[in-house]
Design a protein around this ligand. Structure first.
Ligand code: CP3
Length: 344
């Protein structure tokens, strides 16, 4: 049967009159229905590990807006937790983890095979979604890329410049490489289990790829993404993979060819015209409206949305933001963006 889901058609290289659209963090605090379900769950992590409620918040933006794809509701930091790190969220501040600074911290981590014990509820969320999603909506699974996840594990929190991770990478490369290797193997197992449960696409979020330069970018952003993609495609032939080496800049050029990903997600620090000429020449791209437009709206949102659709109209394109939607976004601006993409 010919593929009918628009997202999967575009990932296979088709060019459609209207690009499929979804949004990073589409299930989130800007939606009143998300805040209500989250309150019911208790805290954010309890929501992630409650399959019924996690499926419910995944479906909320699909019901409200009819996006072409749903993204599994979970978090990139569940993998370190499954490997034995302590994880909690400080209200208004963000994630906190036990840190990895020395060999002894690494030695306390669990082996890769142990992750499924913690992550089983996530696979159950995927199974519920495969039953409950509309037939035209594709289901995206995801994981953090090893480098980005390592930056949180090493610092024990988000950092503006990933300083602690860079310090370990330079000061104790053997330990750093062992951590990247463990995370690469865990990510392959985690994404593979999501695919077995019903994820139709997977996305690898490397939010801090932009702070790796030159050879370090090749070794720690490009190479792990290539390894993960290769292993997934060996085990699940045909599974489409989206790579997101955020703020890679020139590093976006050739990234799809070098890693084997089917689509490169673009942040909004690159212009659509540049990206069409230098990245979309190799295949599908995703992006890249600045998420600030979801706060400010108006004619600027409409103009910029049209400019992006037009710039990427000659090749396969998935419309998205350049990064996650923020809690202060106005849900009406999301509708305006969707109407502009779909009605021109
Ligand atoms: O996109 C989606 O809707 C799917 C779910 C998803 C979440 N986080 C839910 C979430 C995805 C794909 C992520 C990825 C993620 N998580 C990344 C990579 C993408 C990016 O944004 O760069 C990172 C770095 C994380 C780590 C993380 N999780 C941070 C730094 C925070 C705190 C930030 C904050 O706004 O408080 C989270 C929490 C988080 N993950 C929320 C959501 C909806 C907010 C939690 C809440 O309800 O309070």
């Amino acid at each position: 049967m010919a593929e009918t889901k628009k997202l999967l058609r575009v990932l296979a290289g088709e060019v459609l009159d209207t690009p499929p659209i979804w949004m990073m963090r589409q299930a989130g605090r800007y939606l009143p229905e998300y805040r209500a379900t989250r309150a019911q769950a208790g805290d954010f992590l309890s929501l992630c590990y409650n399959p019924e409620l996690a499926a419910e918040v995944t479906l909320q933006p699909i019901r409200r807006y009819g996006f072409d794809a749903a993204i599994l509701f979970a978090d990139i930091l569940l993998v370190p937790q499954a490997l034995g790190a302590d994880l909690w969220f400080e209200t208004g501040e963000g994630p906190r983890l036990s840190t990895i600074g020395a060999q002894a911290d690494f030695d306390r981590l669990k082996p890769v095979e142990a992750i499924h014990e913690t992550l089983a509820p996530i696979y159950e969320t995927v199974r519920i979604l495969t039953r409950e999603l509309p037939s035209e909506t594709a289901l995206i699974g995801f994981a953090g890329a090893p480098w980005t996840v390592a930056t949180y594990m090493i610092a024990g929190r988000g950092t503006p410049d990933q300083g602690p991770a860079h310090a370990l990478r330079e000061g104790n490369p053997a330990l750093f490489d062992a951590l990247i290797e463990r995370l690469t193997a865990a990510t392959i197992e985690y994404l593979s289990a999501q695919i077995e449960a019903g994820a139709e696409v997977v996305k690898i979020f490397d939010s801090w790829a932009g702070s790796l330069k030159g050879e370090a970018f090749t070794k720690y952003a490009l190479e792990p993404c290539r390894e993960i993609t290769k292993a997934l495609k060996e085990r699940h032939p045909g599974i489409p993979v989206i790579g997101f080496p955020r703020e890679a800049g020139e590093g976006y050029v050739g990234f799809a060819k070098a890693t084997g990903v089917d689509c490169v997600a673009l942040d909004n620090s690159v212009t659509p015209d540049w990206a069409a000429a230098h990245v979309q020449v190799d295949g599908c791209v995703q992006g890249n409206l600045a998420s600030s437009h979801m706060v400010t709206g108006g004619q600027a949102l409409v103009d910029e949305t049209r400019r992006i659709v037009e710039a990427f109209s000659k090749g396969p394109h998935i419309f998205n933001l350049g990064h996650g939607i923020t809690p202060d976004a106005d849900p009406a601006n999301v509708q305006l963006m969707i109407d502009t993409v779909r009605e021109g």
